[in-house]
Design a protein around this ligand. Structure first.
Ligand SMILES: Cc1ncc(COP(=O)(O)O)c(C=O)c1O
Length: 415
């Protein structure tokens, strides 16, 4: 990848611990107008301060204190091609010349829809939305309209956005017997799950679990929804449903679909999606399928379509997982590094891979937050909840730099 202004390493040679005084000052100032100085609850309460950024490029973020940080937040997951990738930038710049919002349909929207449906197994048709939370609400509306039932089964530790929680029952995930028993009553409209649990941990389904839930849903007339907002276009071009070979009735996507532009999707069986047209289910949105975001979608999906991006991330992700594991071991810190090379989880205090949310209750979060603080002072930004997102822009040099920082951070928190 070409070296753009400010990316050269020479200008950023280490270094004393990073400081974040200017971010602190600006957050305090912004707090006069925005609660906590932020626009999402998930950006609040982060030590030593929510950060304020000036720009981003490849695997790096540049903050207002002049720090260049290796980024594993990746915008909370979307930036699978890295920050500001050339093809997406070009497509968006070209579309800007042709208009921002039409309040109507566009050729680029139809192109994005066809491309998406060619990649995702369940997607006979789709609706574009502007956030994952909305796509999930739309999917639940379709399931309730199709079945005439209200109850939705969801799972402990799964997150689907800030959606209304009424008529939702929680079960333990990866427990097939529990789902089978609950569906047998015949009153459940939908089962919604992350097909690999990535909001807590990064846990794959047990062999046969997805297949078993699929069969139980079919048996009892329940709509199966995979929430692929994280896994979609990250673990495989067709999402976890492609990786694990189980096709849901509906699926929701967001994040990686447009590499950071606000695009989400509810996709699935045509007869379900057509309920939007018959008026049985409601879904709208001023910004849905805006042509700027659609141009970003086409550019991103084209880059991801043949799976080479995910494949290229794989060895680097494995190298980072192994490097973190060794660094923590060397410092005598008990931890499990598990998941997928494109998104994995570091669980401090675990003795073995987690199987469900209950296993994750043993995670030593306080100590991991300290680890993240030490990483940040060494200019590596990792999510305090334990997830690490990788992009095509994280090359071997960046991974080596990260492992070096992690080794030092692990020693710094050794008790
Ligand atoms: C699995 C899952 N579903 C839904 C959402 C909500 O998406 P958004 O934040 O775009 O509303 C998220 C967000 O992290 C998610 O991880």
């Amino acid at each position: 990848m070409e070296q753009s202004q400010g990316r050269g390493r020479a200008a950023f040679e280490p270094q004393s611990p990073a400081r974040f005084d200017e971010s602190k000052r600006r957050i305090a100032a912004a707090s006069r107008f925005m609660p906590g100085g932020v626009s999402s609850n998930f950006r609040h309460g982060i030590a030593p301060t929510p950060l304020v950024f000036e720009r981003a490029d490849g695997p790096w973020l540049f903050d207002v204190d002049g720090n260049r940080l290796i980024d594993y937040y990746l915008g909370m997951g979307p930036m699978i091609l890295g920050h500001t990738p050339e093809p997406v930038r070009r497509a968006v710049a070209a579309q800007l010349e042709r208009g921002i919002l039409y309040g109507g349909q566009s050729a680029v929207e139809a192109e994005a829809a066809e491309l998406f449906c060619s990649l995702v197994p369940c997607a006979e048709k789709l609706r574009f939305a502007s956030s994952g939370s909305e796509a999930v609400q739309a999917a639940l509306a379709l399931a309730r309209a199709a079945t005439g039932r209200r109850t939705v089964v969801d799972f402990e530790g799964h997150y689907h956005g800030w959606i209304p929680r009424g008529d939702v029952e929680l079960l333990a995930w990866n427990d097939l017997a529990a789902v089978e028993a609950r569906l047998a009553a015949g009153d459940v409209a939908a089962v919604i799950m992350e097909p690999a649990m990535c909001n807590a941990g990064a846990i794959a389904p047990l062999p046969g679990y997805l297949e078993g839930v699929r069969a139980a849903c079919s048996r009892h007339g329940t709509v199966l929804i995979f929430d692929e907002v994280i896994t979609g276009f990250r673990v495989a071009p067709g999402g976890a449903q492609q990786l694990f070979g189980v096709t849901p009735d509906l699926a929701t996507f967001g994040k990686c679909v447009a590499n950071g532009f606000p695009v989400a999707v509810v996709a699935g069986r045509a007869e379900l999606l057509d309920l939007f047209v018959s008026g049985a289910a409601m879904h709208g949105g001023t910004y849905n399928a805006n042509p700027i975001s659609m141009a970003a979608t086409v550019a991103t999906l084209r880059a991801l379509a043949d799976g080479s991006v995910m494949k290229a991330i794989e060895p680097l992700g494995r190298k980072l997982m192994q490097g973190l594991d060794s660094a923590l071991r060397a410092a005598g810190i008990q931890a499990v590094v598990a998941g997928f090379p494109q998104i994995f989880h570091v669980g401090f205090g675990l003795a073995g891979p987690a199987r469900d949310h209950r296993d994750l209750a043993r995670v030593d979060r306080a100590r991991y937050v300290r680890f993240c603080g030490e990483l940040l002072s060494r200019r590596v930004r990792a999510l305090e909840r334990g997830a690490w997102f990788l992009s095509a822009a994280h090359d071997a040099a960046v991974i080596d730099e990260t492992i070096e920082a992690a080794a030092a951070a692990a020693l710094a928190i050794r008790e």
